[in-house]
Design a protein around this ligand. Structure first.
Ligand code: DGJ
Length: 725
């Protein structure tokens, strides 16, 4: 049983293989958190309810009396606004009287095997009943808000998920002002906050800082999860490392504005919140209506950041990514963008396909520029019909010729956008996101389409359906190239404008869901100016995401190391491009860590480069399974080492491994010794490069000697190991 209810102590214990989580129902039905950390057998831990009584004019509940318990310092399971818990609150409801005091108390619970879907939102799923769910029911007696706290325990995966539903059980409409997916009160602040910041072409760089008293955190107000911050944070125990120490990882299954906050109070405790950003959010709930938050994924491990990542990776591969392409072998693609940008026609694309086929590439993706009158980025978004000047006769002749070369065919869309210079905009100027009296901001010559509207979605759906249903299209790249400002919808009444951002994301999910369910054989790849929407929600629709527009392999080391904190290699799109900073081999070595592909003009490759590409493609097939199913070990991080990065991938059966080193600021040094991880110490492994056979114990303790690289920057070396029986 992963979830136990101890009725004597009125406690719940939720266990995964890595963690225990204990909730207590206290006097007056306050819901408290007694523990979250390494597994323990106990269902009750005494004296934790009244942490630090009366610390700073702390206030008491008059029914309980002033004998020690105060909401000010108690480990409140889901902190609410204005009822003597002064820390950042997870829930605030403004009631019909106009105040926003909110105070929820336990009323009951239900425990069951499995996990329900969140209505109209993406979330993780159980496989063959391998999850248990606790629904904790609570009510705010004054507003009549019925709150359900959902906890799903994936015991074998080492993961817990949480989410919240608020129902209006009163007879008056109220406003939800903030509703986080998750709240955790930890008893110390001896952690460092790890987050992933960035910008276009520099996504998900790792930042680590000690917690300080007060509120800190990361967020997005850009309408999407964003390049700037990812909806992921970790609290890493001070002194913990990649391999050792306590780490809590939190990731939000959401593609919109998010907030990940940590408040450290005067007693040195930490409250962690993760959910929809309350800024520019509000939701009116009429009697009988319900609001569901997105899901938060939580991982605790005492195995350091590395183990936290591996737990996320396995979980996302098996319990989040879905559909035909979750496990089916995905086609090796070449994308036209960096090869041609907008300058292509049928003949050029067919020539790409011919040259690509020679090297063993399996799919041609036609990127931006095939529709409307689009020859640059100034127009035509929203006009999803073929540009017959470029593609005479339409898509069919092109696809036939590409298929005749033996390649599959993929296409690019940016469905949530509209160019002012488009037929769609001329017909429906009010369909772009805007607010009354203000000229909307423009980015890359485009506005955002108001996909919170059903009629708008229907139009885009029809246009996409028309193309996708009539042609043999195997892949869709779904792009999104600006942030959302001037956020409002022409059809929402003034008192509901704050619902816009969330409604926009629900609209996106609706459109994506319709497409992936109508076209289950199409492989969808998400993209947002590179990796501006690289989040777990998008993984529910597209098993792979374009990691960054930056294809320079050295820059990519940082981006891929950062991305790998939460996201598996199976979803990290990585292409070899024409970028010249390193040789072809290193570009391949770095891209091999993700969903490998090419993004260059295959006709321009030298004979020597073609030979290397053929070798890379052979290696790609050999390692396909290892990379996608294997466990990642970040042996040397570019964020910590000035000279090199080294990573290792070990098969789940521990019978294969690959170790890659890339040097980027070479120092004169003979050899590098890398202590491998994750092997079976008892087994022997053959180094496929040297033929040397060493025990797993030797490779992990004495280490692997990496040598033979020249003193140039940007060199790479990959060593394969196979277990010998
Ligand atoms: C941004 C994407 O990241 C690129 O890969 C490419 O698809 C362009 N958009 C096309 O406009």
């Amino acid at each position: 049983m992963a979830i136990i209810y101890d009725s004597t102590h009125r406690t719940f214990k939720l266990d995964t293989k890595n963690s225990s989580y204990i909730i207590k129902i206290y006097d007056e039905n306050y819901i408290l958190n007694l523990y979250y950390g390494a597994p323990i057998p106990d269902t009750y831990l005494a004296k934790r309810e009244k942490r630090y009584p009366n610390a700073s004019f702390s206030l008491a509940n008059p029914v309980i009396g002033e004998h020690g318990f105060t909401p000010d310092t108690a480990p409140i399971e889901y902190g609410c606004n204005g009822a003597a818990d002064f820390r950042i609150s997870a829930l605030a409801i403004r009631n019909a009287s106009g105040d926003s005091v909110t105070d929820i108390r336990y009323t009951g619970h239900k425990i069951y095997t499995g996990k329900e879907e969140i209505p109209n939102q993406p979330s993780s799923y159980a496989v063959d009943g391998d999850a248990e769910t606790l629904e904790l029911y609570a009510i705010d007696a004054v507003t009549g808000a019925k709150v359900t706290l959902y906890y799903t325990v994936f015991a074998d995966a080492g993961v817990m998920t949480r989410r919240v539903r608020v129902e209006n059980a009163s007879d008056k409409t109220f406003d939800i002002e903030r509703v986080f997916s998750m709240c955790v009160d930890l008893p110390t602040m001896d952690y460092e906050l790890v987050s992933l910041y960035g910008r276009h072409a520099k996504e998900r760089h790792i930042e680590r800082r000690p917690l300080a008293h007060g509120v800190q955190g990361v967020e997005s107000k850009r309408g999407v999860s964003s390049h700037a911050q990812n909806p992921f944070i970790a609290l890493a125990e001070c002194g913990s490392t990649e391999e050792h120490g306590s780490v809590y990882g939190f990731n939000l299954v959401y593609s919109g504005n998010f907030s990940a906050l940590v408040e450290c109070d005067f007693n040195g405790t930490s409250r962690v919140l993760l959910g929809i950003n309350p800024t520019d959010f509000g939701w009116k709930l009429a009697p009988g209506e319900a609001f569901d938050t997105p899901e938060a994924v939580m991982v605790y491990t005492d195995g350091g950041m590395g183990e936290m990542s591996r737990v996320f990776h396995r979980f996302y591969n098996t319990h989040l990514i879905r559909g035909k392409w979750q496990y089916a072998k995905r086609p090796l693609l070449i994308n036209s963008w960096e090869a041609a940008y907008f300058d292509f026609d049928t003949d050029k694309l067919v020539a790409f396909a011919k040259a690509a086929k020679e090297m063993g590439i399996e799919m041609l993706v036609m990127d931006d520029g095939w529709f409307g009158k689009r020859n640059d980025d100034t127009n035509s978004l929203g006009d999803w019909f073929v540009n017959t000047d470029k593609l005479p006769g339409g898509l069919a002749p092109l696809i036939e010729q590409v298929n005749a070369e033996g390649l599959k065919f993929g296409i690019w869309y940016e469905p949530e956008m509209i160019s002012p210079d488009s037929e769609l905009f001329r017909a429906h100027p009010d369909w772009c996101v805007h607010v009354a009296g203000r000229e909307p901001m423009i980015g890359r010559h485009q506005y955002v389409l108001d996909v919170s509207r059903k009629d708008v979605r229907e139009n885009i759906w029809q246009q996409m359906y028309d193309v996708l249903s009539k042609h043999k299209i195997d892949y869709v790249k779904w792009d999104f190239n600006r942030n959302i400002s001037d956020a409002g919808s022409a059809i929402l009444p003034p008192e509901r404008q704050k619902e816009f951002f969330h409604r926009f994301i629900l609209g996106t999910y609706d459109l994506m869901n319709r497409l992936v369910t109508t076209f289950p054989d199409i492989l969808f790849e998400n993209c947002s100016g590179g990796g501006g929407r690289f989040d777990p929600a998008m993984l529910c629709y597209s098993p792979q995401i374009w990691t960054s527009d930056n294809t320079d392999p050295i820059d990519r080391l940082y981006i891929q190391f950062g991305t790998s904190l939460a996201y598996p290699a199976s979803c990290m799109s990585a292409h070899v491009s024409a970028c010249r900073r390193t040789g072809f081999e290193t570009r391949g070595s770095v891209a091999m860590w993700g969903t490998f592909g090419y993004e260059l003009d295959p006709r321009k490759l030298t004979a020597e480069e073609v030979a290397i590409v053929k070798e890379q493609i052979k290696e790609y097939h050999d390692t396909y399974d290892l990379v996608r199913r294997g466990d990642l070990y970040r042996l040397v991080s570019p964020f910590e080492n000035k000279h090199r990065a080294i990573w290792e991938i070990v098969s789940p059966e521990k019978d294969r491994a690959m170790v890659t080193m890339v040097t980027f600021h070479c120092e004169v040094c003979g050899i590098v010794i890398a202590k491998l991880r994750g092997l079976d110490p008892q087994r022997y492994y053959k180094n496929e490069m040297t033929g040397e056979i060493l025990s797993g114990a030797a490779l992990m303790n004495a280490g692997l000697v990496l040598s033979g690289l020249s003193a140039d920057d940007g060199e790479s070396l990959t060593v394969y190991f196979t277990a010998v029986e």
